[in-house]
Write a protein that binds this ligand. Sequence first.
Ligand SMILES: NC(=O)c1ccc[n+]([C@@H]2O[C@H](COP(=O)([O-])OP(=O)(O)OC[C@H]3O[C@@H](n4cnc5c(N)ncnc54)[C@H](OP(=O)(O)O)[C@@H]3O)[C@@H](O)[C@H]2O)c1
Length: 317
Amino acid sequence: MRYRDAKIYVAGHTGLIGSSILRNLKERGFRNLVTKSHVELDLCNQADVRAFFRQDKPEIVFMCAGRVGGIIENRDHPAEFMAQNLAMAFHTIEASQHYGAKKYFFFGSSCMYPRQCPQPMVEEALLTGKPEATSLSYAVAKLAGVSMCLAFNEQYGDCSFIPVIPNNAYGPRDNFDLTSSHVLAALVRKIHEAKKSKSPKVVLWGTGKPRREFVFVDDIADACLFLLERQLANDILPINIGVGEDLSIAELAAKVAQGVGYSGEIEFDSSKPDGAPRKLLDASRLHRLGWQQKVSLQQGLKITYDWYVNEGEKHSG
Ligand SMILES: NC(=O)c1ccc[n+]([C@@H]2O[C@H](COP(=O)([O-])OP(=O)(O)OC[C@H]3O[C@@H](n4cnc5c(N)ncnc54)[C@H](OP(=O)(O)O)[C@@H]3O)[C@@H](O)[C@H]2O)c1
């Protein structure tokens, strides 16, 4: 396996994607792993980021740190989402280049695609239209990060910077806080709580009509480790990470209710925002390279719900 002995830095290793990448690296025998918590190293501080890279000189970087949140968090904190995500991306890309990292993975988002993008969304559609308004700042910062990766590859003549675009991630260690979580974690928590309190109905945000694609977090980690092994050219970057199927939020809620064992009524509050009508990625670039997802939505939901009940519930505010 390439890079088995390389020094690998997983930024944001306490988060949903970072914790999965770290666990997958350990399980596959990578031993030279470096992590720093947010408190130990604030990636918004350029001097501290440079000092860390100067001293530790990571050869591989998985940039899983970010300011992330659901629709309301994004709407209410656009300045923070823009400034922090831009700063973290710039500081880590610049330091990776300066201190000679061989590979750097950057995580873009399906929010970067135009709101009215033809579906499924191909990578070439990026920057062809305006992203959804509720997450515009986040999307623009992410577009800048992806563009910076491509610009560095172009100017420095190699392909060290690998921007990937996973669709909605879910799994163990997701954020189940109702004010800042993403849709799937919020549904799991609300429906679980409705079951526990024997409530005859549960009210969910939006119309239930938007369609979304969900990728189990270990499949995202698996796709990144698959790409780590490959020599990639700038013309196939960035790369979508998707499973090729979406479903409506109402359909997702029904699946979650079935998994949780909740038989009450599911009602939608259409006064709450929906976000983009549909976000399905075209992942044929990645699939043509030979990668396939391993975990179905049904399996992933069960793993996520079991983790929430056994671990997550006691930590959720
Ligand atoms: N979740 C998704 O559906 C999804 C989809 C596509 C792309 N992405 C991208 O993938 C990346 C990881 O997402 P995620 O869902 O795993 O996020 P997450 O669970 O919220 O984790 C984010 C991580 O970043 C750390 N962090 C935040 N600000 C930091 C700072 N200034 N300095 C150092 N560390 C900082 C957090 O530490 P603390 O918790 O201690 O602050 C946490 O470890 C993000 O860039 C996100 O935009 C996520």
